[in-house]
Ligand binder design. Structure first.
Ligand SMILES: *[C@@H]1O[C@H](CO)[C@@H](O)[C@H](O)[C@H]1NC(C)=O
Length: 213
C-alpha cells in the first residue's frame, strides 16, 4: 500500500513549486501613505503579470483615482486638469516598478490605483490595490529675529523659520549686507528648522536703522 502513496506525494510537491513561481496580475502598494501639504510624496509601487511568453513591445503605466480620473499618463493631455504637471512616474516601468511621485501635494487623498498596458500582450487595472494619502498640513512659518548688539563690535542676527519640506528649503534675504551663514536642523514630526545668521560690523549710519529678514 505504501508504495502507491509516493507518486502522489511527488505530484503534490511539483504542483506547489509551479504555483508559487508563476507570476500573476498583482500589484503591491501600501494602503496608505503620509505626505505633507505643499511637499512631495512618493507612492511606492511594484506590479507583476503572468509570463507573456513573447516580446512586450511597450509599457504604458497609468494611475487613476477610484472614480477613474487619470492622474498620471505619459500622454499629458489625458491627465485630469487638477493633476497636470504634478505627477511623475519615478519607478522604472520596464522593471515592474510603478512608483508615483506627486509634487506638490495638495488635498490629494485618493484612493488611487494603477493600470498597466503591455504592448503586444495584455493590460490590467489593479483596482483591488488602492492607496490613500494622509495629508498633514504644513504649519505656518514663524520668523524671529534675534539681535545682540554690542556697540562697536560685531553684530550677529539670526532669523529662523520652521518648515516641513527639505527638498525646497526657504531662502533668506536680509536688508543689511554682511556675512551670511545657513543652518538646517531636523526637528521631530518631519519638521525642519532653517536658520540664517547674519554677521556684520555696524557703522554710524546703521544707528536706528531697522534690520529685517
Ligand atoms: C522603485 O523606484 C523607486 C524610485 O526610483 C525606488 O526608490 C524604489 O526603490 C524602486 N523599488 C524597487 C522595488 O525597485
Amino acid at each position: 500500500m505504501g508504495v502507491f502513496k509516493w507518486p502522489l506525494f511527488f505530484v503534490f510537491l511539483w504542483f506547489k513549486v509551479v504555483q508559487t513561481e508563476a507570476s500573476t496580475w498583482t500589484a503591491t502598494v501600501p494602503s496608505s501613505v503620509q505626505g505633507i501639504d505643499g511637499c512631495f510624496v512618493v507612492i511606492p509601487c511594484s506590479y507583476n503579470y503572468p509570463e507573456p511568453g513573447k516580446q512586450i513591445t511597450g509599457y504604458t503605466g497609468i494611475w487613476y483615482t477610484k472614480t477613474d480620473d487619470v492622474i498620471y499618463h505619459k500622454d499629458k493631455n489625458r491627465i485630469t486638469q487638477e493633476y497636470k504637471g504634478r505627477t511623475e512616474l519615478v519607478g522604472d516601468i520596464t522593471q515592474k516598478n510603478c512608483s508615483l511621485k506627486i509634487d506638490p501635494l495638495k488635498s490629494d487623498r485618493g484612493p488611487f490605483y494603477f493600470r498597466i498596458e503591455l504592448g503586444g500582450y495584455n493590460q490590467y487595472s489593479y483596482r483591488k490595490n488602492e492607496v490613500s494619502i494622509t495629508v498633514i498640513s504644513a504649519p505656518h512659518p514663524t520668523v524671529s529675529v534675534k539681535e545682540e548688539v554690542v556697540e562697536g563690535q560685531t553684530v550677529s542676527a539670526s532669523c529662523s523659520v520652521s518648515h516641513s519640506c527639505p527638498s525646497s528649503p526657504p531662502e533668506f534675504t536680509w536688508t543689511h549686507s554682511g556675512e551670511k551663514r545657513f543652518q538646517s536642523q531636523q526637528l521631530t514630526d518631519g519638521q525642519w528648522k532653517a536658520t540664517s545668521v547674519l554677521t556684520f560690523h555696524p557703522t554710524r549710519d546703521d544707528h536706528n536703522k531697522p534690520l529685517s529678514c
